[in-house]
Design a protein around this ligand. Structure first.
Ligand code: NAD
Length: 485
């Protein structure tokens, strides 16, 4: 099945931080892929603005290298690449000073969408917002894209929201959570609200519990300084897992419209109960056979008490979900890279096959990565003579097999989200009140750890995480699914 590509109108996209890691690995290769797909018109302009004093030709050469490295070899034919590079411009700029701003304003074409991507550290967001305004670029139709982290706690998120609101309306602010741009995450909504099959069962009467796992094999890498101030709770749980939880648990919005969807997500966050301390497990990874450094070594903080893993049991206090626990976990240096949502249905109320048939329950697994797809585990008769024995088998749909056109990958999350910005669709971006509500829920958890002087449990690199996370489940006669050792 070949996906339909709808070209957008000509636009100017300014990438502040256009020489940085995110621009090189995600934004520019993503734009190139959309260009190859025919979605970016010839008249569009991509203007990178960063601190280094490059010429336009130097910047195009840097971009060509990044695209060759990160965009996928098959796409990278030279004619396409040269045509794309012609769309690129570069303006050296000082986000905190005056250099470059007049030159940038002069490059923008009138009467088209102007999007400003803040791909710089959050300490510069306010400076950029002020200067865009000061130099007459904050037209009512312009929009800004803001990267994570959006604040460090509720107070800083409020400050940031207020700073941006001084210069832009909420309808112009696109807070990116790239998890929301993933194909399967959007499919969550399609599965829930496009089928009659699941929604009637999607409540505490039929669902025993839900698990959300986001497991990474990588460690903190070069982000040690930032990560040690954040930890898994701020870096992953407050945003990515919270957003997934919202999409799983929200009520059906009346329509697929940005505010209708975000209103429903917000209600979920506000209905979250405070989490009991004994329902949370924090972990910190240890070295593996001298091959990889342990967490403390990686962040160069021998006494760090920051968690690289967190698992928790949460409850949503509303009519739909009262009594159904949600188990969330995320961690670094685990045995496998796996993001999966498991919806575990209840056992059938009565087994006509007797106790020897065992207990069986349906499981809907939604895989976000790798190998995006869904599996529904159903119970059938085990083939063969000798009575009625039951067995659970998967009905599996891997999207790449079921839908993928020959050789064409689905758009990466960043590509999709950037195109949504250009089209002015905020459905997959977090609203200011959502972010604040998520911090309002997160802050007391972190404050509790600090007040109690809690130290995370050590776990082996390459494992499934701390043993206490298994106990969290075992106490409830359940077990984690989703990371295969
Ligand atoms: P980076 O340090 O690699 O790049 C920073 C960019 O900002 C560079 O282009 C630099 O020239 C520019 N810059 C710095 N100070 C400047 C100034 N005073 N004036 C003008 N330009 C200036 O950072 P990054 O990894 O690309 O991250 C950018 C943003 O994206 C951060 O907010 C980060 O948290 C977020 N983010 C990054 C990733 C990632 O994978 N790199 C993932 C998620 C979010």
């Amino acid at each position: 099945m070949v996906s339909r590509v709808i070209p957008v109108d000509p636009f100017d996209l300014v990438i502040f931080g256009g020489t940085g890691d995110l621009a090189r690995r995600k934004i520019l290769p993503g734009l190139f892929r959309r260009f190859c797909a025919g979605q970016i018109p010839d008249a569009a302009a991509i203007i990178a603005a960063a601190r280094s004093p490059h010429s336009v030709d130097e910047y195009r050469a840097l971009t060509a290298d990044a695209i060759r490295e990160f965009s996928g070899v098959a796409l990278c034919n030279d004619d396409r690449l040269q045509a794309f590079l012609k769309r690129l411009d570069y303006v050296p700029i000082d986000a905190r000073g005056i250099d470059g701003w007049a030159a940038l304003a002069a490059r923008l074409s009138p009467d088209r969408v102007h999007a400003f991507y803040f791909s710089v550290g959050p300490g510069l967001f306010a400076d950029l917002a002020e200067r865009i305004h000061l130099h007459g670029m904050a037209s009512p139709d312009c929009r800004i894209v803001v990267e994570k982290p959006f604040g460090h706690d509720l107070a800083s998120a409020r400050d940031l929201n207020a700073t941006l609101a001084a210069h832009f309306d909420e309808g112009q602010i696109y807070r990116i959570d790239h998890y929301l741009g993933k194909e399967t995450v959007q499919n969550l909504m399609a599965i829930r609200f496009g089928n009659m099959l699941f929604e009637p069962l999607w409540n505490s009467q039929y669902v025993d519990h839900i698990q959300v796992t986001v497991a990474e094999t990588v460690g903190v890498g070069g982000r040690g300084e930032y990560y040690d101030r954040a930890g898994a709770m701020r870096d992953m749980m407050q945003n990515h897992l919270m957003q997934l939880l919202c999409l799983i648990a929200m009520e059906p919005p009346a329509k697929f419209d940005p505010d209708a969807v975000r209103d429903e997500k917000l209600k979920v966050i506000r209905a979250l109960d405070p989490v009991e301390p004994h329902h949370i497990v924090r972990g910190q990874y240890e070295a593996l056979d001298g091959e990889h450094p342990g967490y403390r070594e990686a962040v160069n903080q021998p006494r760090s008490t920051t968690e690289s893993y967190v698992a928790m049991k949460v409850h949503i206090s509303n009519w739909r979900w009262a009594g159904t626990p949600f188990y969330l976990r995320t961690g670094k240096r685990l045995v496998a890279r796996s993001s999966v949502i498991n919806v575990m249905f209840k056992d059938a109320p009565h087994s006509i096959f007797g106790p020897e048939a065992g207990r069986h329950a349906n499981l809907l697994s939604i895989r976000l990565q790798p190998n995006e797809g869904i599996t529904l585990q159903v119970t059938i008769k085990e083939p063969g003579p000798g009575g009625m024995r039951l067995v659970d088998v998967p009905l599996d749909m891997t999207f790449a097999e079921a839908l993928g056109p020959e050789g064409e990958d689905p758009p990466d999350a960043y590509e999709r989200l950037i195109m949504d910005v250009i089209r002015g669709n905020q459905t997959l971006f977090m609203r200011g009140d959502e972010v604040e509500a998520a911090w309002a829920w997160t802050d007391p958890i972190i404050a509790g750890w600090q007040a109690r002087g809690e130290v995370p449990k050590p776990y082996d690199s390459g494992s499934v995480g701390p043993g206490d996370a298994d106990l969290l489940m075992k106490r409830d006669h359940r077990e984690w699914r989703g990371i295969k050792p």
